[in-house]
Design a protein around this ligand. Structure first.
Ligand code: SF4
Length: 374
């Protein structure tokens, strides 16, 4: 699988701690060139590229034509990339019919729309630059352009948002009918403007009990949805109509190898992990000088790969595959983590069937369960 990072944003959202930047428009052309350069020079580690994911940032800010060029380069460089699931993240204000068609012509077959909320009050508190109308319009535009696999990203547990408010937003988004929903609790991270607003007492901090209640209400509402066979809860924060799970993320949670291109992108191959410089200026300059943009690398131990396989496996509702982990690493996790597993079972957080998986209670306290293996 391949990840392509495009870190341009029109303005920084108040909660955002991703590797994304505003005010770097002058880099758009050179960044697209640098991406193609990095892709062409990369080692081809795949027979088949099952998925390509273009994330950001707001990828479309560099222009659909540049994304077309980048995808053309990927397909030329990696023979097995012709039939891939190709996803792109898009923010509601960044799309137009012409660009959507160009992307489809280039093979993009899945679009992930960053609604984040359908309440203008919440969108403004989060520092998003679109409103709820624009969000719905962007979805309709994507449908008109022929996209049949659409994800919508939403955030819940926003300060001041009640359970009823969230349920209403959720109902609106369900009515729209996307194939896939990614629903994340808000986290307020150090260094973000939102954290400062909390520290200054201008807004309340997040209420974890409130978020837990919203998480339970989300599952109960979505699992009652019947059209098209209903949504399946396949990962802690992700729901999909049958056949529309995000293959890219499933591969990632299954600890497959991946190549990441762009500023700050990470790659992994058989226990070697490496990552690029975060700064897009540095990234462009290094490639311009004919150097690699790699900032660092590490060799993962078997123990840490096993721990990561459990940690990420527990995110999925099917759980961590005990036999597959044993096949890959020759380690029986039931023996290796005997006391941790016993204590989590006693606390009612995990259960063992074919796989090791979270219980309903474990879904709410997922971090506690997953951290036991790190
Ligand atoms: S659009 Fe996404 S990446 Fe850009 S600032 Fe907002 S949250 Fe961050």
């Amino acid at each position: 699988m391949i990840y392509i990072h495009i870190p341009f944003c029109e303005s920084k959202c108040l909660y955002c701690d991703f590797n994304s930047y505003d005010g770097i428009d002058h880099l758009k052309a050179s960044y697209a060139d640098a991406l193609q350069d990095e892709i062409v020079k990369s080692e081809n580690i795949f027979d088949i590229v099952e998925t390509i994911y273009i994330g950001g940032g707001t990828p479309l800010l560099i222009g659909a034509e540049k994304i077309q060029l980048v995808l053309k380069t990927v397909k030329k460089t990696f023979d097995g990339a012709k039939e891939a699931e190709i996803s792109i993240e898009a923010n509601p204000e960044s799309i137009n019919p012409g660009d959507l068609l160009k992307l489809r012509e280039s093979g993009v077959n899945r679009i992930s729309l960053g609604f984040q909320s359908l309440s203008d009050r919440n969108l403004s508190l989060l520092g998003r630059i679109h409103d709820s109308n624009k969000a719905v319009q962007s979805y309709l535009l994507a449908r008109e352009a022929g996209y049949e696999n659409i994800n919508i990203d939403m955030i819940y547990g926003i300060p001041g948002q009640s359970l009823k408010d969230w349920e209403e937003e959720l109902e609106q988004v369900i009515d729209i009918g996307p194939e896939h929903l990614s629903l994340y609790p808000l986290s307020i991270d150090e260094g973000t403007p939102l954290k400062k607003m909390v520290d200054d007492g201008r807004i309340n901090d997040i209420d974890e009990d409130n978020q837990a209640e919203m998480m339970e209400a989300t599952a109960s509402k979505l699992l009652k949805y019947r059209p098209r066979g209903g949504y399946r809860h396949y990962e802690i924060s992700n729901y999909a109509i049958d056949g529309y799970d995000c293959s890219h993320n499933l591969n990632y949670w299954s600890c497959s190898d991946y190549l990441g291109f762009g500023a700050g992108a990470h790659s992994h191959r058989q226990g070697r992990r490496w990552w690029n410089v975060d700064d897009p200026v540095d990234y462009v300059e290094r490639l311009g000088l004919g150097s690699k943009p790699v900032a660092g690398e590490e060799r993962l131990t078997i123990e840490s790969r096993v721990a990561e396989s459990i940690f990420l496996g527990l995110r999925m509702m099917r759980g961590a595959d005990i036999d597959r982990i044993e096949e890959r690493f020759e380690v029986n996790i039931l023996k290796m983590y005997e006391s941790e597993i016993k204590s989590l079972i006693d606390d009612g957080l995990i259960e063992i069937g074919n796989n090791l998986k979270l219980t309903k209670k474990g879904e709410i306290f997922a971090n506690q369960a997953m951290l036991a293996f790190v």
